[in-house]
Ligand binder design. Sequence first.
Ligand code: ATP
Ligand code: MG
Length: 426
Amino acid sequence: MVEALQAITGMNDILPEQTPVWQYFEETVTDLLASYGYKQIRTPIMEYTGLFKRSIGEVTDIVEKEMYTLDKEDGKSYALRPENTAAVVRSMIEHGLTHAGRVQKLWYYGPMFRRERPQKGRYRQFHQIGVEVFNLAGPDIDAELIALTWRLWKLLGIESAVTLELNSLGSLEARNNYKAALVDYLTTYKDQLDKDSQSRLSTNPLRILDTKIESTKTILVNAPKFTDFIDEDSSEHFKGLLMRLDTLGIPYVLNTNLVRGLDYYNKTVFEWTTTALGAQGTVCGGGRYDGLFEQIGGKPTFGVGFAMGVERLILLLKELGKIPTALNQLDCYFVAVGEGTDALALKLSEQIRDQFPQLKLQVNTGGGNFKNQLKKADNSCARYALILGENELSQQKLVCKPLRDDTPQQLVDWADIASHLKQLLK
Ligand code: ATP
Ligand code: MG
């Protein structure tokens, strides 16, 4: 016998019993985004590797070790997208959709790929739903994005389990001044820093603020604070955002150590975190990236966005018991027993669908005796069984049998069955 193959480590099948919750989540988010006037954009799952190098930054975890790349004979290097902001920006530039200050409010959804160590909430293929807004400079749009996510958590019933963490990274110049001061301070403690932080000291010192290592955290307590370096414009912007969040009654925590993994952020950065998922606690992260267009060859364009991790949010829904019952539940299961009934069942069910297209109706296939088919009806979790036996056939009627309560079954004329079901399922 040949050995059975398995899926690639860290890349998961989403099995039929899991898809209803995925669909519930996707519909909730996409309906919400439409209600705020956002439009979907779809970009390819592969891009030239250079796009991610230029946008995310050469010395980030993603570019250094997490990308799946493919180097072709044509001398070009391709990468499975590790995130989608860079690709959306690339697309805006390529199609001129943000020229002359044109505002775009966009969202995307799809798989992302990162070669990480797989564990709960961390996979090699995972899904993000993200939002990107272009050509809006003020804190009002930052506030809208946060209000939108806050509304989503409330719709999903998880608002008490998530915390909004906020920070401002200021302008590039302010950040560079701060970086220099931080490096000065940390260099005096170099020997006491963990290995990762030691190497980040020369490559990406701000990421040290993000450390999970306790001894390094202790050293950071007395480190220079960015609040002493922030530029006037960014400071005003940040105050404007906090004022709006206060007006909206959205709770937040200021976290000066929040820097986010990618290089391209400035001013506002935020994360929604939870303690309910262990180490993989960030369910959504985003911020402003006003310099990104220029970094990848476009004109200066304001940008702000966020991405949420779908797997983590679904884990959180499960953890909190917030998955609605009876998702995608069948309304009816059509049971047909006896000579000539299965073809008629098909015909009648098509007629019912003509009159009641929203009805979720499954017709028994593959035969079986009455007991056997009724059992399948019950296992399908349908609310009603429609039964066509030889008796019903001769009377041109169907039995409509409730499967989830004790109300009596009814005998209904073929012609009336769709309207009967409409009444029942109102
Ligand atoms: P983390 O700090 O957990 O590695 P990140 O900062 O790398 O997250 P982002 O690049 O900001 O994550 O992506 C946005 C969101 O996508 C994250 O908040 C998370 O919910 C989700 N995410 C990121 N990487 C993974 C992964 N490997 N598996 C599952 N979800 C992920
Ligand atoms: Mg990461």
